[in-house]
Design a protein around this ligand. Structure first.
Ligand code: PLP
Length: 375
């Protein structure tokens, strides 16, 4: 099937694979072995990758803490800052499951949590963040780009607010990194989560980037050896980290052209699909990732269409984590859609290797199938 689910994950770039291969066998050393060449070689590779990852987000290499992915990075940010800052957490109603679950766990442990609403485009209003700040607010956690509707948030304004009030600011940039320019200093973020597999790197590796001044407000959630400044103990997965670095460098170089190409393909897809009357675009069109499109038709249940098209097109009705059961996307509900409307949300995510021909074939398949299912 034509793969149009790049929010869930992306295929490995062949260049990333090439970069990783030597570290799967020839250079198998432990990056923590300081006493021999095997270790040095691995350590050099890790540090080179660290620099590439840092460069992609305008951070310093020493600020990168490698993790198993963004879920772990989010856990480290939300659970690891639990005792250091004030107890009150501010987040939004459209966050990824890993943020939702960490916020719920903080609440269960007795910390107050404010979940802010978003508008029909999925945008958070900085004024609402300002209004939610109170004595004891310790952490604001907001994603830069949404994983279902692609909405990009006005985070720089919120970063300024956080700074003014001495509140830690965590940005889950997992969907944004590699797709739009991300600068940690420009966002004013203290902590930033990212994951390699969202931009054609390998699965199972990501990072929490922790600015130098914010370091003293973070405590580890795992305990062991002193790796990653003690924030993330455990032997580093050298091949994955090398792949992460390669993917970061490629994304950084490809981004300007790629984002334009994806926007054109996305508009082409929308244009084709609009041939079936009643199409609605969910979330806004003004502040959106260029490869993202979330749509629906009245009376069409997304799950039915996705199932019918399973041999032709791989799309989804929401985030991969919650897909096992039929429930309306909390993101679509949060932007004001009814339960029935939300069950109609079809998420398309285009990526580096998506072609015009694929977009046309996918649209044609959908246009054939959708009328059969509309109630
Ligand atoms: N945050 C966002 C916004 C995501 O889209 C994802 C995707 O799965 C994650 C976090 C989790 O990332 P990972 O798969 O690396 O755990």
């Amino acid at each position: 099937p034509i793969y149009l689910d790049h929010h869930a994950t992306t295929p490995l770039d062949p260049r990333v694979r090439e970069a990783m291969l030597p570290y799967l066998d020839t250079f198998f050393g432990n990056a923590g072995s300081a006493e021999h060449r095997h270790g040095w070689r691995a350590q050099e590779a890790v540090e080179a990758a660290r620099s590439k990852v840092a460069a992609l987000i305008g951070a310093r290499p020493a600020e990168v803490v490698f993790t198993s992915g963004a879920t772990e990075a989010n856990n480290l940010a939300l659970m690891g800052s639990a005792d250091a800052a004030g107890p009150h957490v501010i987040t939004t109603g459209i966050e990824h499951a890993s943020i939702v679950a960490c916020a719920a766990e903080r609440e269960r442990r007795g910390d107050p949590v404010s979940i802010l609403p978003v508008d029909r485009e999925g945008r958070i209003d900085p004024a609402q963040v300002a209004a939610a700040i109170r004595p004891g607010t310790g952490l604001i956690s907001i994603s830069l780009a949404n994983h279902e509707i692609g909405t990009i948030q006005p985070l720089a304004e919120i970063g300024i607010l956080a700074r003014q009030h001495g509140i830690l600011f965590h940005v889950d940039a997992t969907q944004a990194v590699g797709r739009i320019p991300v600068s940690m200093p420009a966002l004013g973020a203290d902590f930033l989560s990212l994951s390699a597999h969202k931009f054609h790197g390998p699965k199972g590796v990501g990072a929490l980037v922790v600015t130098r001044p914010a370091r003293r407000h973070l405590r580890p959630i795992l305990f062991g050896g002193g790796q990653e400044h003690g924030f993330r103990p455990g032997t580093l997965p050298v091949p994955l980290i090398v792949g992460f670095g390669a993917a970061a460098a490629i994304a950084q170089a490809a981004m300007p052209e790629e984002s334009l190409r994806l926007a054109m393909l996305r508009d082409r897809l929308l244009d084709r699909l609009a041939a079936l009357p009643g199409l609605r675009v969910h979330g806004g069109t003004r502040f959106r990732l260029s490869g993202s499109l979330n749509i629906g038709w009245p009376g069409l249940v997304a799950r039915d269409l996705i199932h019918l098209l399973r041999d032709d097109v791989a799309i989804s009705s929401g985030s991969a984590c919650g897909s096992a059961v039929l429930h309306p996307s909390p993101v679509l509900r949060a932007i004001g859609m009814t339960e029935e409307e939300a069950l109609g949300g079809l998420r398309f995510g285009l990526g580096r290797f998506t072609t015009e021909a694929e977009v046309d074939r996918a649209a044609a398949a959908i246009l054939r199938a959708a009328p059969l299912l509309r109630r």
